[in-house]
Every structure is written in C-alpha cells, then in structure tokens.
Design a binder for this molecule. Structure first.
Ligand code: NAP
Length: 532
C-alpha cells in the first residue's frame, strides 16, 4: 500500500524545520503539520514581553549552513524573541521550507497501522494523512498549563498565558496587572511589564534563584569577530557538558580558599550568560555543602539589591539550592521590587483562594486587576505527547504507557511504536536546545538514509535496548541535586493530574556522553533496533 508521504513531521519549530531540510536531501516526500500560522515553534508562540535568549545568540542559531551563518546578523548578545522569529522566518525563506508545510493544522491523533506498517495522522479538522514514518518535533516546553485555581474562567478582564501571548501589542500603561508565576518566563515578563504598568502585583509561590544576564548590543567589531569564529563557537558547544559556551570549572569548591571562591563567584556574577550556572566549580551542583556556598553568595546579592529586607527574604529560595532548577537570567529583576508600583505577594504564606470576575482573592486580601498574566509553565517533556492521541502496535496508547514516566531509547524511539521518531523527546540531552536538535535530526536522518539504502521500511526499538538505555538514564541521574527538587526537570507539574511526583524526566548526563551513547547504538547496523 502506498502512503501519502514518506514522512510526516509534527511541528514547524527549529526541529521540524531542520528535519524537513535533511529529509528533502534524501529525496523523501515530507509534510510538516503545524498548529500555528507560521514557523518558529517556541519562538512563534512565546511573544510575551521581555522574551529573549538566555544563551548567546551566536551559539543558538542553526550551525548547518555556512552561508546562513554569514548572512544573518544577530543584533544583541541575547536575542529578543521578535528578532529570533525574524531569523527563523528568514531560514524558512532561504531554504524554501514553507512549500512542504501546512499551517493552522493541529495534529489530533497519530495511529500506527499494524497491517500496512505505517501511520495515519488525523488533524483537528478531521482530515487524514498517511506516512511510513512519523517524526515528532513538538518541543519539550510546548504544552502550556494554566493554574488549577477556582474561578479562573470568571475573570472579566484580559488574561493570557505567556505561551499564548496575543500577536497584537498589549498596553500596560495605567493598568492594574497581576503576574502569577516566577520561573524564567515570569521573571522576564515581570521585569518588562513593571516598566509601564500602573501597578504590578506578583504572586509568587516558590522564589527562584536568578542571576544577571548582562545583555548588550553586538558592536560591528564583535559582529565581524563572531562571523570569523563560528567554527570555534560550535566546536566549543560540542565539547561542553550542556552545549553552552560555558562549562564547569574543573576545580572543586573546597580545593580553593574562601577568598578565591568569593572572587570566582563575583567574576561569574559579573559576566554575561549562563557561566554563573553551568560554569560553577565542578561539584557545586552535586555536593550540598558546595552548593550552599553559591546559594549563600546569590542570597547576599539579592539582599544587596532589594531595599526592603522583608521583601528580599521572600525572594530568596529556601527549599532548593542555586542551580538545582533552571536558573532564570534577569536584567534588574530584583530592583523591580524597589519600585513603588510593584508589590510581591507570597502565596505560600497567603495562598490564592480564588479568581473572581474582578481579580484575585488570597487568604489575606482581595486585589482588583485589569490584566492577569499566567506565567505558570508547562506540562514539560511528555505533555506535548499526551495532547496527541498516539497509538502504536496493537493499539497501545503512548499516554498510558508513559503514565509512570516516559520510557524511550535515546529519547528518539519508543518500544511498541515502530517508525515513530522523536526529536527532543524525553531523555535526550537538552542544554543549548538547537545544538541538541541538530544532533537528533542528523541521527534520525542517518538512520533513515541507512534504511533507504538497504530497502528497509520498518524500525522498532528492541525491548532489551530500551531497558538498557533506561538503566543508563536512571544511573546517570543519581547524585544530581536537580533530580532531588520539584521542577519541570523532574517532570513535576501540580496543575496536571498524574504529574505530581518526581521522575528522572530528562537525560542528566553530558551532551558528549549522550552523543557517544547514541553513536554506540547506531554502530554495527543499529542492532538496538529491529530493522526490516
Ligand atoms: P516554570 O519554570 O515551570 O515556572 C512556572 C511558575 O509558575 C513557577 O513559579 C510556579 O511555581 C508557578 N505556578 C505554577 N502553577 C501555579 C499555581 N497553580 N499557583 C501559583 N503559581 C503557580 O515555567 P516557565 O517560567 O515558563 O519556564 C519553563 C522553562 O522554559 C524554563 O525553565 C526554561 O527552560 C524555558 N524558558 C527559557 C527561556 C529562555 O531561554 N530565555 C525563557 C523562559 C523560559 P512553583 O515553582 O511553586 O511550582
């Protein structure tokens, strides 16, 4: 039986875009289905005020085309979302990607057909499309979740989840604005909205450690330097633990004097980007005593930046150490709380009781608002899969198979779901995301090229290979402080039933280790998989 397409890719974000390009090179007939009206995925949806990279722009873009690298000028060291979306539109134009993409097309289901060993994909409009392979490019942070607060739908003013931000500008001038959530998104939003809002009230459940981004424009001289050093930039990303330009200092925290430690942390705090997180001493994210040193250093910084000592204490996390959750990068975030128009409400102390037609009621007070912003995060890693009805061999349901936590092979294949390939699925190395995307896409492309070359049409993960991979994922997650803390890193989201408890949700080893494992699995004719 012939199929409509060789492969269907779900999602036109960075993964889907690059995968389309690579499959075209193999001569495959491909269709990308995308729920949004344009390319860009994360950077298409997240239009909230203040959204920008936390990784250096020039380490984040696609690396696969020398021409593309040379013809694009990033204007800031950490690109703002509108520029990133322009970049991705430029990539789509430059490589003529849109002709194989269908927008405003949300995939509702993907079912494997045992008899024909292929997939049938149904869109939200009911149309069906068949393909030999389905490749998910649906992102680890794309199933946005609203808070499960009573009365949420009764609010009569404007309200937005940051992910579903409107395409039109939102005017905050003179408005009474609430933000719920203080993760990386909330912090970027708060520091921007505080500039113009009449009043801004921040509802914080758990404070997060945050550190300065130190963004600035890229000068002409720097631009020339960046263009000349792209090979070095990407080589560096390939070598580091998380594919960032920064990586851990090889020294142990207690191998240096207290003065040297202080000077080291001070230096990192004053430098741009993630150095203050992933460039710490090598044991600071694994040894609680070493971690306490950096946590105390950052706590002192917060106290020095916030005028009211009581507010400063509320902003200092007490239930997790620095860097054990994703560190939000900020620009004068803590100083926002020195502004007369900004109020911090600690909803651990005075929980939200309900949302009403006029605002938010806590156990302590009622607040009236014109706008409520939900920066309440995502059903991460598996949520975007759960939202599609994905069925494999014999009709087995992926969501059910993963109800106790995802089980994968390299985060790219799932036992019982032949010819389903995942880009940035659970248990892939994340870190600097586009670097991980390019690796995953190249790996999948090599597999499909091998299959074409050998006239193979069916690939399935071997159960024993999945078991071995999962043992590796679990073992490598041991001892990491971040795996002992509730966050999206550990798959916890209390707004979603069944996601209340921690799992080892992501690959916690280094990206070079991840790649080495994937190469090992590919070596010798892909013996970890059944190929027919
Ligand atoms: P998040 O880190 O999961 O933060 C969600 C926030 O909402 C938390 O403060 C959480 O509080 C709060 N919250 C959730 N449900 C709530 C409820 N029912 N009541 C009150 N508060 C509630 O999500 P995020 O900030 O969107 O960030 C997710 C990830 O996206 C980041 O870690 C990062 O990887 C990525 N991101 C990247 C960038 C960038 O690269 N520039 C920018 C933004 C985001 P609790 O902590 O108490 O649960």
């Amino acid at each position: 039986m012939s199929q409509d397409f060789d492969a269907i890719i779900i999602g036109a974000g960075m993964s889907g875009m690059y995968q389309l390009l690579r499959l075209r090179e193999l001569g495959m007939k491909v269709r990308v289905f995308e729920a949004g009206s344009g390319v860009g995925g994360t950077w298409y949806w997240n239009r909230y005020p203040g959204a920008r990279f936390d990784s250096e722009s020039y380490s984040y873009g696609f690396s696969f085309s020398k021409e593309l690298l040379q013809d694009w000028n990033w204007t800031e060291h950490f690109s703002p979302q509108p520029e990133t979306l322009r970049y991705l539109d430029h990539v789509a134009d430059r490589f003529d990607l849109r002709r194989d993409m269908q927008f405003n097309s949300r995939v509702a289901s993907a079912h494997y057909r045992d008899a024909s060993q292929d997939w049938i994909v149904t869109l939200a409009d009911g149309s069906t499309h068949t393909a030999r392979f389905v490749i998910t490019a649906i992102g680890p942070l794309s199933a946005a979740t609203l808070p499960n607060i009573e009365g949420r739908d009764s609010f009569a003013g404007q309200s937005f989840h940051t992910y579903y931000w409107p395409h039109e500008a939102v005017d905050f001038a003179g408005k009474r604005v609430a933000v719920i959530g203080t993760g990386a998104t909330g912090i970027q939003t708060i520091q921007e909205v505080a500039k113009t809002a009449g009043t801004l009230t921040v509802f914080q459940r758990t404070p997060n450690w945050a550190a300065p981004l130190h963004n600035r424009p890229i000068t002409d001289e720097e631009q020339a330097g960046i263009k000349a050093s792209y090979p070095d930039i990407f080589r560096r990303c390939e070598e580091t633990f998380s594919c960032f330009l920064h990586t851990a200092d090889p020294r142990g925290t207690f191998e240096v004097t207290a003065e040297e430690r202080e000077a080291f942390l001070e230096k990192l705090y004053g430098e741009p980007g993630f150095g203050i997180w992933v460039g710490l001493f090598r044991d600071m994210l694994t040894d609680p005593a070493a971690n306490a040193i950096v946590s105390e250093f950052i706590a002192r910084k917060i106290r020095s930046r916030v005028n009211d000592p009581a507010v400063a204490e509320k902003l200092i996390p007490t239930n997790h150490g620095f860097g054990t959750r994703r560190v939000p990068m900020e620009t004068r975030y803590f100083e926002v709380y020195n502004q007369p128009n900004v109020t911090l409400v600690d909803i651990k102390a005075t929980p939200i009781q309900c949302i009403t037609s006029t605002g938010i009621t806590t156990t302590d007070a009622s607040f009236d608002f014109d706008i409520i912003i939900y920066a309440t995060g995502f059903d991460a890693l598996t949520g975007s899969f759960d939202r599609i009805d994905i069925r494999g061999e014999g009709g087995r349901v992926l969501k059910q198979d993963w109800s106790g936590g995802a089980r994968t092979l390299m985060g790219m294949l799932v036992e019982g779901f032949p010819n389903l390939l995942m880009l940035l699925g659970p248990h892939t190395a994340l870190g600097n995301i586009p670097r991980s995307i390019e690796y995953n896409v190249d790996w999948v492309t090599r597999l499909l090229a091998h299959m074409r070359q050998h006239d193979l049409t069916h690939v399935a993960a071997r159960p024993e290979a999945v078991a071995e991979w999962m043992d590796h994922v679990m073992a490598i997650g041991e001892g990491l402080l971040s795996n002992q803390v509730d966050s999206w890193f550990t798959g916890v989201n209390r707004n979603v039933a069944g996601k209340e408890t921690r799992v080892i949700a992501r690959y916690s080893g280094s990206a070079p280790d991840y790649r080495a494992k994937c190469e090992e699995i590919a070596a010798g004719g892909y013996r970890a998989m059944v190929l027919q």
